[in-house]
Design a protein around this ligand. Sequence first.
Ligand SMILES: CC(C)(COP(=O)(O)OP(=O)(O)OC[C@H]1O[C@@H](n2cnc3c(N)ncnc32)[C@H](O)[C@@H]1OP(=O)(O)O)[C@@H](O)C(=O)NCCC(=O)NCCS
Length: 174
Amino acid sequence: MLVLSTVRLNIRPFVEGDAPAMAEVLGDAEVMRFSDSGPLNQVQVSDWLGEQVKAYSLSPDFGRWAISATESERAIGYIGLTQDEGRTAAREAELGFRLARRGWGKGYATEAAQAVVEAVFRAGRVDRLIGIVDPHNSASVRVLQKLGMSYARPITFEGYDYPDHLYVLDRPGL
Ligand SMILES: CC(C)(COP(=O)(O)OP(=O)(O)OC[C@H]1O[C@@H](n2cnc3c(N)ncnc32)[C@H](O)[C@@H]1OP(=O)(O)O)[C@@H](O)C(=O)NCCC(=O)NCCS
């Protein structure tokens, strides 16, 4: 189970009490602009949290974790390290992140993601991290670039009329 601290952030498992804080994140249309679902209502946020908590027991090393600032328990977003048959190959995981708007522009996503990248590679759990991003999502593209990820190829999912971009980062020493 992932528990990490950086200079300014804590990364920890979600609990059901994170619902109000995560409603601020997942209920915001601007935050969810590049998501498949659009903004989530309160019931959907509770369901989403329940899925994350349940996933820890099935696969403790992968999933989505809460990001909070060190001075507060309140979640300001999530960082994800997920494996999904349709998206990741063997020994791969996908990095994802989403932050409340008030957390943007402070380097938080990069700080959290750097800590997770280091931890997962140090533990040797995967050989490659991928990031899948809408090319118009400039902030997210920039975070992937700051992590040292390289653009690999376009990837078009069913129902989409233009491709996302796949970024990759291999475990050092491979
Ligand atoms: C993507 C997201 C997590 C970034 O969070 P963040 O903490 O602001 O990211 P950071 O501060 O670590 O880095 C953002 C970088 O993007 C840059 N950036 C932000 N908005 C930008 C824009 N519109 N155009 C170009 N660059 C932009 C910032 O300047 C910064 O780069 P820099 O350090 O070189 O100046 C946040 O914007 C978010 O939650 N967006 C909505 C959810 C989302 O799209 N998630 C990703 C799905 S793949």
